[in-house]
Design a protein around this ligand. Sequence first.
Ligand code: NAD
Length: 458
Amino acid sequence: MTKIAVAGTGYVGLVAGACFAEVGHYVTCVDIDENKVNLMKSGVSPIYEDGLEVLMQKNYAAGRLEFTTDYKSAYKEADVIFIGVGTPEQPDGSANLSYIATVARQIAETIVKDCLVVVKSTVPVGTNDKVEQFINDFLVNDVRVEVASNPEFLAQGSAVHDTLYAERIIIGTESNWAEEQLKGIYEPFHLPIVSVNRRSAEMIKYAANDFLALKISYMNDIANLCELVGADIQDVAKGMSFDERIGSKFLNAGIGYGGSCFPKDTKALEYMAKQHGYELRTVKAAIDVNNDQKTVLFNKASKRLITFNGLKVAILGLTFKPGTDDLREAASLENVPLLLDQGADIYAYDPIGSMNFSRVFPEGTISRGSITYVEKIDGALEDANVCFIFTEWGDIKAVHPETFEKLMRTPLVYDGRNIFNVTDMRDAGVEYHSIGRSSATREDIKELRNLGLQSVRS
Ligand code: NAD
């Protein structure tokens, strides 16, 4: 079994570290954030991921997993060092490689034996060549260092499962030595390994992520057209999904993609192409569609209501997707400021994400409006004038259509995740607007009321 150090204990580094330990390797997870390290040492995960804490505690107790801020001793001991620090977007769209550079320098100045450095972070094509050069330029001791690429494909919300049962492992190496070491580390996982050169591995990550972003934007584009021509995007997606060339996943229309990967990876690839004098038109289109999609419901609601000023606005779901506490590039972050600027009194519910959201928008008066965090869905819906749904958490999906009608002052719902059936909502007396489907309009509800249907409030 290999002695591994992992730099960075975010979604990628911590999950990788815990899973490497789970299959028998000896792993030291390094982070510069002392609070995080103390939390992890006490058995608490600093991020929410299903099954992660159990894995951390189990392997920590077994002596296969450690956490430290002392990178020097961790890197000195390691045979292989994985880098999983962030590569966030810069204002011009390019990837910020400063965190990678810092770790590279720390490695160069620390290691005392031959070492394989593996970059798991998503980095522009050619970065691994530079990291290898950089480390060798700053090496203090006479040792052999090689850099390999091993991009990560986990999805937040199912990160542990995606790592233990990955569909494939991509390794990008420039020597047999590096290839064999990496294959050895992944051997106990019994997963398909695709071994390519470093630049191809780097490109696979961007090409795969941007393809998924494109798929989402394509469906959103078609959804917007569906509304104009009277088609239903869910029926359209179902019809498409039987075609194996298309596949059945990532066909859900909604208020756009968010998270820490798709938005930045699309922009980074577009930037990379530009630097090489090439315009990546398909990816640019995915970005443009996504930018507009995030506020499509706000714009619809703005047309329907004279103003949000003084209205109680329920928001169900704050995180960029269910199963995670991550808010990066979430639709809620785009829409909440727009609502607050218009004087809305927001009552926000999220089963996991409220704490993180309140760090950006503290409870109380903000701009012309206010925000209150509630612990129950009912607390958000009670007496609300309008409701926006931004995340398809299980308990939000489980709300009965009649609950909106019973609790809200005016049952007016804008659903960015197409959770509910349009007919069910209409039959419950809810004015319901979603993405790429027909709406249950005021007129529909009035007509039902005139017919005196039981389920509609008189
Ligand atoms: P993150 O921001 O959650 O975590 C990064 C961690 O690195 C932080 O805890 C930070 O304190 C730590 N760090 C910074 N500098 C350090 C240093 N010098 N030494 C040790 N630790 C240091 O990031 P993430 O979401 O895990 O993403 C990491 C990389 O993986 C990015 O390139 C991202 O694009 C890629 N990726 C992310 C996902 C995902 O779903 N989050 C999936 C695939 C790939």
